[in-house]
Write a protein that binds this ligand. Structure first.
Ligand SMILES: CC(C)(COP(=O)(O)OP(=O)(O)OC[C@H]1O[C@@H](n2cnc3c(N)ncnc32)[C@H](O)[C@@H]1OP(=O)(O)O)[C@@H](O)C(=O)NCCC(=O)NCCS
Length: 150
């Protein structure tokens, strides 16, 4: 049982959507395509606030690519909580949530320079299924990592 509690955002709510956009702006400054409020509110991605010992320590999310395949997104630990293994615990928490709803395979795309997240996923049993040069935009190479859930 994960020590992290995931509480769903209401992405139809403007304030919730804006909070997600603000966090993404702060923590994904290198992303060429940060989410907009309109995009978040359009739905499709299930976002969660992540709580540890009753404090919000970050966010995470997933969207369904098929009824049994989910891609996790925006797994983020706020700066003041980084380096304490919470990233690993949070990655496991979103995996557990996907498993709970019947997902059979989970994937994640990670920038090639994000060694911390690649390390977290490999340690949790993901394998590198692809390397995508110039993927999101020219210069934005990504790995795709996947794990079959048993
Ligand atoms: C990625 C992120 C969630 C990690 O959170 P965190 O709480 O600091 O991570 P952890 O403390 O769980 O550390 C994870 C592992 O990375 C390792 N690590 C730390 N720096 C590293 C580096 N430069 N290279 C490789 N591994 C590194 C740690 O030693 C730890 O490994 P271990 O469990 O084998 O000891 C956090 O840095 C973050 O929110 N970054 C911004 C958003 C982001 O990039 N999210 C991922 C999107 S795909």
């Amino acid at each position: 049982m994960s020590q992290i509690e995931l509480r769903p955002y209401n992405t139809k709510d403007e304030n919730d959507a804006q909070e997600i956009v603000d966090i993404a702006k702060e923590y994904y400054q290198k992303s060429p395509w940060p989410p907009t409020k309109e995009k978040v509110m359009a739905g499709g991605v299930h976002y969660f606030r992540a709580f540890y010992q009753n404090k919000q320590i970050g966010i995470t999310g997933y969207y369904l690519k098929t009824p049994t395949l989910a891609e996790t997104v925006k797994t983020t630990v706020f700066k003041e909580f980084q380096g304490q293994k919470l990233g690993s615990i949070l990655s496991q928490a979103i995996e557990d949530e996907c498993k709970r709803i019947g997902i059979k395979k989970i994937i994640s795309t990670v920038y090639y320079f994000n060694h911390v997240m690649v390390q977290i996923k490999l340690k949790q049993g993901y394998t590198i299924e692809g390397y995508h040069p110039d993927h999101e935009a020219p210069g934005y190479h990504e790995y795709s990592l996947g794990k079959i859930l048993k």
